[in-house]
Ligand binder design. Structure first.
Ligand SMILES: Cc1ncc(COP(=O)(O)O)c(C=O)c1O
Length: 420
């Protein structure tokens, strides 16, 4: 038996079986099958001595007991967050998890927890526009230099770029597959670069934004990443009804992140934690179904005369380095597609404006299919030159495939492509 009933006769249960119960006991809450929403700002201590002990644990002055840190105040911890965190960590096979009020809160907090003035941040491109903006416009104001690299760069190329920077490497940020092109980055190779720049006193963390494949189709820590980051707004939430983020990894990496979260106050609320628990129960069912449908949609798009290019992991061919990375790092192609249409931005806009079933909206990973224009929307933080060089062209449309019937999605795309 583990901390919770996660085994039967010594045989560990799968995350699918644990999502409905792990971390919660009905006897705590009048027998309620589902965890209630602990909508409370603070928690009552049984005694002053207990309050003192909880604070000592929270401040690292005392080792936590078998039940971890006691409940103090909802900016530090709350049952709905703790249960959702324990469950998400099961999917990602990591020791620890911290939930945030948005994906950007998770990403920026992780960076702030480890970067110091004078450091260099090594980051992949393309990358989600919000992450790009924070790195390129905000971090330099705190004395942090950003060095970018592409999926085609070798370790030698990356070292050459780092050699041109003045400070020492403090953090590595990858998004793989990258939003919106599905470009894959070699986590093991980048972890090697980070290790070469680490010292006994300071290990350089490698963080991977795994939003596109989620914990069902990729486990970055098994390939050398230290921290996994998510916009949990996307597949993990999965229903377009919440904004949340997550950071996962070993305790040594999560502890500084959690401390920053406590002081920045950007933790997820109990209600969001509760909604995430609801979502985690169906995570693989949703993601597998969406992936299946995306395969059919991508095949259709690839054959269409007005579609110039389809970026879809399921279409990678043996012999392509990206295919090798896919085989090594991914457990499935997921349900994100981007495709370039004839006619540049006007062509892409005509298509987007003609869609009926697919909604014209940013965000992704939801039950509804969503389409958008990265060049002028999610990735408009980057310059046109940066976008073009990274494959984010004016004719590119990003499509997040939802739970609709594949034939209906093809029907909708077909009539919209006719309008280009
Ligand atoms: C890959 C990726 N990372 C991070 C984010 C930011 O997440 P949030 O909107 O939950 O702050 C997004 C949002 O679209 C994203 O697509």
């Amino acid at each position: 038996m583990g901390k919770w009933d996660d085994c039967i006769d010594g045989t560990p249960l799968h995350p699918e079986s644990l999502m409905m119960s792990y971390g919660y006991k009905p006897e705590w809450s009048e027998g309620a099958l589902k965890s209630p929403i602990f909508q409370t700002s603070t928690f009552v201590f049984r005694t002053a001595e207990e309050g003192k002990e909880f604070f000592e644990i929270a401040l690292g002055k005392r080792e936590p007991g078998p039940n971890g840190m006691g409940l103090i105040y909802s900016r530090l911890n709350n049952p709905d967050l703790e249960i959702a965190e324990d469950r998400l960590a099961l999917w990602d096979r990591t020791e620890d998890c911290a939930l945030f009020d948005s994906g950007m809160a998770a990403i920026t907090t992780a960076m702030l927890a480890f970067l110091r003035p004078g450091d260099v941040l090594l980051a992949a491109e393309p990358i989600y526009g919000g992450t790009h903006h924070f790195m390129e416009w905000m971090l330099p104001q705190f004395g942090i230099e950003v060095v970018r690299f592409r999926s085609s760069d070798s370790a030698k190329d990356i070292e050459a770029r780092l050699a041109g920077a003045t400070g020492s490497l403090g953090f590595v940020m990858l998004e793989t597959p990258a939003n919106p092109t599905n470009a894959l980055f070699d986590i093991e190779m980048i972890a090697g670069v980070a290790a070469r720049h680490s010292t006994d006193d300071r290990k350089v963390p490698v963080a991977v934004d795994n939003t596109f494949l989620g914990p069902v189709f990729s486990h970055p820590t098994e390939h050398g990443a230290d921290i996994v980051l998510y916009s949990a707004t996307k597949y993990i939430g999965g229903h377009s009804d919440l904004i949340a983020g997550a950071a996962l990894g070993a305790n040594e990496w999560l502890e500084p992140i959690r401390t920053f979260r406590t002081l920045l106050g950007n933790h997820a609320t109990p209600w969001t934690g509760w909604l995430l628990m609801r979502s985690l129960e169906t995570l693989p069912i949703r993601m597998e179904r969406q992936q299946q449908t995306a395969g059919k949609v991508a095949d259709y798009l690839a054959e269409h005369p007005k579609v110039l290019k389809v970026n879809y992991l399921g279409h990678l061919q043996p012999g392509d380095h990206q295919h090798d990375l896919y085989e090594r790092q991914c457990l499935g192609p997921g349900a994100m597609i981007s495709f370039e249409v004839e006619g540049g931005e006007p062509g892409a806009f005509r298509l987007l404006n003609a869609l009926h079933l697919v909604h014209l909206a940013v965000s992704l990973g939801s039950t509804e299919s969503l389409a958008e224009h990265p060049y002028s929307m999610t990735h408009s933080e980057a310059t046109p030159e940066e976008n073009e060089a990274a494959g984010v062209t004016a004719g590119l449309v990003r499509l997040s495939v939802g739970m609709e019937h594949p034939d209906d999605l093809v029907l909708d795309l077909s009539q919209a492509l006719d309008k280009i």
